[in-house]
Design a binder for this molecule. Structure first.
Ligand SMILES: *Cc1c(COP(=O)(O)O)cnc(C)c1O
Length: 386
């Protein structure tokens, strides 16, 4: 059997929940959407939760809700999936990156502060900063939040990796230090709805904007309509939007998965600790975690210097594949992609993320991976170390 880098875990309760929806009156726009959102906000301790078709559409909706547009700027981490930056470009805004902290691989707060100071001198401050909680480890949100007060920017947390994580005892998604937090429910993430995402916020206006945006800008809320008392069939389009809705089948799965989240996090911590033990005493740099956080441990990333390996990175990947182990890399720095090169981004601009990229390997980590499989992964690495 192949050991992949990540995969979903679906149990009998999940299947029962999904089958029940299939036999019900609503496959979409039914009662489970609201129920899933209620469970999410309760779990995270936020005032509002709006489900969407993916984290990518949720990030886009979040940018739109904050009115990110032409001549505005969004800053994010280069060490992320392209969606964290694309959402700004889709709004017609500009994107720039803040290099990572070489320890946590998250956006570096010191770099952010310096870059903000420089930007303030030339009138080029960002409207939105998007920290990405890489591998589930929350960013230094207190520092970023304090800087947002000084330099007047808004914060969207790309928490695609971080449902179940906490920062200074606050659940990620509580938006204690941000305007909006975004989750992904793609099957490789902590919990899944097939495809899916959500925006969490404590701000009713932002929640309402996202809510309308995911449904063509259409409202059925009389308070928001221009014409009142037309009739029960009546709705109004008051803004422009998309169909970015999540359906009841997905939400049933989400509700069922969310119930298990705390247990999932405990299991992931055990697998994470086991990898740490296995890596001990080798030229393998294990992940670092801050004291004031709890991580969902979405990814287990090790760093190995190329000079310490007998094979090139490409050959390492192929060697593992021959042994039925699929490794991955998170992430190719966003500014390396041809689309971003065309926008003018240059190699060498974010050296920490670039050096990290050269040395990073994402090891298989998912519910159901056996201890023997983890041992096999590390033993294979040991064979390739000089
Ligand atoms: C997975 C992921 C996304 C996109 O999530 P989708 O639900 O697949 O759209 C965005 N940002 C990060 C950091 C991710 O890992």
């Amino acid at each position: 059997m192949q050991i992949s880098y990540s995969k979903q875990k679906i149990d009998a309760n999940d299947i029962k929940a999904v089958v029940k929806v299939l036999q019900s009156d609503f496959l979409t726009q039914g009662p489970l959407v609201r129920k899933f959102e209620d469970s999410l906000k309760k779990y995270c301790n936020s005032k509002y939760a709006v489900s969407l078709s993916s984290a990518s559409s949720a990030l886009y909706a979040a940018c739109k809700a904050l009115d990110l547009k032409e001549n505005d700027i969004l800053w994010t981490s280069p060490n992320t999936f392209v969606a964290s930056a694309n959402c700004a470009l889709l709004c017609g805004a500009k994107v720039d990156f803040v290099d990572i902290d070489p320890k946590t691989y998250n956006m570096c707060a010191d770099e952010l502060e310096q870059k903000l100071y420089k930007a303030s001198k030339i009138n080029a401050l960002p409207k939105v900063v998007m920290p990405v909680h890489f591998a589930g480890q929350p960013c230094n949100m207190k520092r970023i939040y304090d800087l947002s007060k000084k330099y007047k920017f808004r914060i969207i947390e790309d928490a695609s990796h971080a449902i179940g994580s906490s920062y200074k005892k606050h659940k990620i998604g509580s938006c204690k230090y941000s305007d909006i937090s975004v989750f992904s429910f793609h099957p490789v993430k902590i919990i899944t709805t097939g495809e899916g995402g959500a925006c969490l916020t404590n701000n009713p206006e932002l929640a309402n904007k996202i809510f309308n945006f995911r449904n063509h800008g259409v409202t059925r809320d009389i308070k928001q309509m221009n014409k009142k008392n037309i009739g029960p069939w009546y709705y109004e389009q008051i803004d422009i939007g998309y169909n970015f809705r999540l359906n009841d089948i997905s939400c049933a799965l989400g509700i069922s998965q969310l119930k298990k989240l705390d247990k999932i996090i405990i299991k992931r911590q055990k697998m994470y600790n086991y990898y740490n033990d296995l890596c001990k005493g080798n030229k393998i740099k294990i992940p670092f975690q801050n004291k004031d956080i709890k991580s969902s441990n979405h990814l287990y990333v090790v760093r190995i210097k190329e000079k310490n390996l007998k094979k090139s990175k490409k050959d390492v990947f192929e060697y593992f594949k021959k042994n039925n182990i699929i490794l991955n890399v998170h992430y190719i720095p966003v500014h390396y992609h041809p689309y971003y090169v065309k926008l003018g981004f240059k190699k060498g601009s974010f050296p920490n993320s670039e050096k990290y990229y050269q040395e990073a390997f994402t090891l298989p980590l998912y519910l159901g991976i056996k201890k023997d499989d983890q041992k096999k992964v590390i033993n294979n690495f040991k064979k390739l170390l000089r």
